[in-house]
Design a protein around this ligand. Sequence first.
Ligand SMILES: *Cc1c(COP(=O)(O)O)cnc(C)c1O
Length: 434
Amino acid sequence: MSNQTKPDFIREIYASMGISCAVYNYGTEILTQLSERFAAIDEVAEYNQLKVLRAMQKNQVSEACLLGTTGYGYNDLGRDTLEAVYADVFHTEDALVRPQITCGTHALALALMSNLRPGDELLSPVGKPYDTLEEVIGIRPSKGSLAEYGVSYRQVDLLADGGFDYENIRKAINDKTKLVTIQRSKGYQTRPTLSVARIGELIAFVKSVKPDVICMVDNCYGEFVETLEPSDVGADMVVGSLIKNPGGGLAPIGGYIAGRRDCVENAAYRLTSPGLGKEVGASLGVLPDFYQGLFLAPTVTAGALKGAIFAANIYEKLGFAVVPNGTESRHDIIQAVTFGTPEGVIAFCEGIQAAAPVDSHVTPEPWDMPGYDAKVIMAAGAFVSGSSIELSADGPIKEPYAVYFQGGLTWQHAKFGILKSLQSLVDKKIIEFG
Ligand SMILES: *Cc1c(COP(=O)(O)O)cnc(C)c1O
């Protein structure tokens, strides 16, 4: 629809919420170029919706599964069935999906610490992992790190063009190498996110060098972006957070590990206790949200993806560096925009905050977040605190002053948030506009 034919009531409500005519028209113009890509995203969502539904039907999710347990949580039908559903969605032997896994970092730490033993070595063949994992691994010294337990670490960086450094990966794999960790998403970096196909190539290479190495993929922000998951292309474990994609915005806490039975079993023994494993862990009242969130996750992820693509095109055409760029294919829901100044990062985040359904009246400020080595500004007016499948943005206040934008439980909300961020930059005269 061209600007002229957009109904007035839509323009009017945007205007009433602080979006100027110039910003609105610019957004509308950008959107006209995105219809084919949005249609392709809807197809992926359709496929994944049925994949999730099929897994729920196959495992006979019943009304009784929505009731929780308390205390030890023995015989928690809903918890055990949900884990079987996750295993089917990811095409793995087993899964651990628990509210006792507090966040994504915890899920990753659990997968690593339970499958590595003193004397083993961990390898990251895709460069530096996500900031919070530096302390888990002991790259930055930390109490209780893998390093303290005698697990060593090696890293092979990506090549300058983003490719895998196969020669050095081969050299880095040795007798001690037990587990290879592959981060799908870019995290707080401006490297490209890895497609599932590329992850598959890397895993095949690693296994050709050392077949019994455990390949783990940090799947945060990647779930349901493609029709395949890393576990479809050889990953022994996929790990993520339920307050990102797979929780569909409803899960109020939690993490998952889906993978080979022995790997998941190790994780369960570490999460609870040797001997107890998956048999304990009350689900309390969270199961309806875990199930319903997973059910919504494919379409929620699609909305977030559309928002990311919209943002890329909005800011790319204004001359900012964006990763991924406006046209390339997508493998996670994160959009990085480099503003080059702290003011740009802050103004963007203020705009996102002002678009929120909760706490839209507060102003985000940079702070020293646990696990990060620079101040970070976060915009999040979320129903679930810190949830980043909801409309959110964050940026470490350090070079190159890039902001990482993600989420939006609906495409319409993501769109509004991006227009609001642009309006904030225009109002602060960081962007000269119309
Ligand atoms: C979010 C994220 C994590 C950590 O998850 P938290 O839930 O914030 O602890 C790890 N890796 C990647 C790539 C992430 O995006």
